[in-house]
Write a protein that binds this ligand. Structure first.
Ligand SMILES: Nc1ncnc2c1ncn2[C@@H]1O[C@H](COP(=O)(O)OP(=O)(O)O)[C@@H](O)[C@H]1O
Ligand SMILES: [Mg+2]
Length: 270
């Protein structure tokens, strides 16, 4: 592969950067005027209010915002884990609302990887078995070469025979990351993947997500509360009350923190 082309994560690759090419990159997923309403009458909550956002291929996006701002709802709607109320959610060119249950299950299995705060590993299986479990369930043959590369990238080569209980929190989450990557999904959604980890293990996991974007052109969308975690991403999208209120490109932790303070101040005065 040529390394003279724009490398994901390099400055020329950011659509919002001055001097960046005018043509946008390929889009892995897209929400258009996406709204999600829970309940009705007095319990009605607009969790997402006409959100439009694109997730470019081989781009690492962080989603931030106060608790209850709609971050998890956005992930769930984009991943086909929850229905939408209006607008559109697409993975690649596929409109999720157009799929029946069976098609949706297949799309989730083949195109989408998930990483949650709780690692969701099966305790009785080894790390290696956990990594290939989704493909085994689907009756799909793992691409051995690819899976080896994933395992090497996340640094688990020496740990494959270990059960989750024999691994540290960081290592367990790395197994979850490898499991998500192993099936070569179109896009990975991670909802506070480092929320349960100490800062060192968290940095490990974030490093591997970053590396999967750089080395394997993976697309990653990650919810986080942590400005340091967000700084691993190519861009940060801020949600407030179910709306996108701000976007930062090539974020530094300090820039993210500044924005968070600004929103806090606005929240207090309004
Ligand atoms: N299943 C649900 N039923 C009713 N309300 C929900 C449900 N899930 C989320 N909500 C509401 O939608 C809003 C956004 O929630 P969520 O997406 O979980 O926020 P975040 O992840 O940013 O903390 C909140 O007001 C929350 O209470
Ligand atoms: Mg949430």
């Amino acid at each position: 592969m040529s390394h003279t082309a724009a490398v994901p994560g390099s400055p020329q690759h950011f659509p919002g950067t001055p001097g960046a090419p005018a043509t946008p990159r390929a889009v892995a997923a897209r929400a258009t005027d996406l709204s999600k309403v829970y309940g009705q009458g007095e319990t009605r909550v607009t969790a997402l209010d006409s959100v439009s956002v694109e997730f470019g291929k081989a781009q690492f996006t962080a989603i931030m915002g106060p608790s209850g701002s709609g971050k998890s709802t956005l992930m769930h709607c984009m991943a086909g884990l929850d229905t939408i109320s209006s607008g559109s959610a697409r993975i690649g060119d596929v409109e999720l609302a157009s799929l029946n249950d069976k098609q949706l299950t297949r799309l989730r299995r083949d195109k989408i990887g998930f990483i949650f705060q709780a690692f969701n590993l099966l305790p009785t299986l080894s790390a290696g078995e956990n990594i290939t479990l989704p493909m085994d369930i689907a009756g799909r043959k793992p691409d051995r070469e690819w899976v080896s590369r994933v395992i090497e990238t996340v640094g688990l080569s020496g740990r494959l025979a270990h059960r989750p209980a024999q691994l540290s929190g960081g290592q367990q989450q790395r197994v979850a990351v490898a499991r998500a990557l192993a099936a070569r999904p179109e896009i990975i959604f991670a909802d506070e993947p480092t929320g349960n980890l100490d800062s060192r293990s968290g940095a490990e996991v974030l490093g591997f997500l970053r590396e999967s974007v750089r080395a394997m052109q993976q697309t990653v969308v990650m919810v986080t509360h942590d400005p340091v975690a967000a700084a691993y991403a190519d861009r940060v999208v801020f949600l407030a009350d179910g709306r996108i209120v701000e976007e930062l490109h090539r974020p530094t932790a300090d820039a993210v923190l500044d924005r968070m303070r600004l929103f806090d101040a606005k929240g207090r005065t309004s």
